[in-house]
Write a protein that binds this ligand. Structure first.
Ligand code: GSH
Length: 212
């Protein structure tokens, strides 16, 4: 297999998810930074590859894949070990619900372009933008804590990492950057700690992928 290329940005939580999944699957890849601070994602060159102008994008198997969850599902289907989804369809629906709570209900409200729009076009002060961020993360985490509930173990679902943990860890990293209090979310804190004890998660950490 030609070495896959991940169009990446160290602090992008969606790209961080894909770095974790690639590591869990043991896939060697090249990380090609797209500097979001410099607006490189909006360049003609990048948009000609990914019209949406987002990271991540993964070049693999002579294809260009976009959208982190679509990429991760593709990786899981083509590299089944270790599985990122449980075998039982009801458990699968539960794990997807956990992952989508993060990827669809928390992350889109707080990503770079939304925060920039609040601060730029709408002229909202940094303090209020941070309050916005903390509000939506706290609300989403409360829902996630309840949803994970008794089906959690050392990870969000059971005792092995799944797609849900792949989404959780980057969101927890971002929550800490914005000083979101986490005391009310013991299940999330436990799953995050279990995941970060694994090399696949630790090696994907933004500190190890920082653009200089
Ligand atoms: N739903 C997309 C979200 C991707 C996304 O929001 N990427 C952000 C970084 S986390 C981005 O590229 N933002 C560029 C911008 O805001 O201009 C996914 O899961 O891949």
């Amino acid at each position: 297999m030609t070495r896959p290329v991940l169009h990446d940005y160290f602090r992008s939580s969606a790209a961080y998810r894909v770095r974790i999944a690639l590591n869990l699957k043991g896939i060697d890849y090249e990380s090609r930074p797209v500097d979001l601070r410099e607006g490189e994602q909006k360049s003609m060159a990048y948009r000609s590859l990914n019209p949406q102008g987002f990271v991540p994008m993964l070049e693999i198997d002579d294809r260009r894949l976009t959208q982190s969850l679509a990429i991760i599902v593709y990786l899981d289907q083509h590299h089944p070990e270790p599985p990122l989804m449980p075998a039982d369809p009801v458990d699968q629906a539960h794990v997807r619900a956990l992952a989508l709570t993060i990827a669809c209900d928390i992350h889109p409200l707080n990503n770079l372009r939304v925060l920039k729009y609040l601060g730029g076009s709408l002229g909202i002060e940094e303090e209020q933008r941070d309050a916005w961020y903390r509000h939506w993360v706290s609300e989403g985490f409360a829902a996630l804590e309840g949803l994970a509930g008794r089906r959690s173990g050392s990870f969000l679902f059971g005792n092995n990492p799944t797609l849900a943990d792949v989404c959780l860890v980057p969101q927890m990293y971002n929550a800490r950057r914005f000083d979101v209090p986490l005391d009310a979310f013991p299940t999330l804190v436990r799953a995050d700690a279990s995941a970060n004890a694994l090399a696949a998660f630790a090696d994907a950490h933004p500190d190890r992928h920082e653009v200089q």
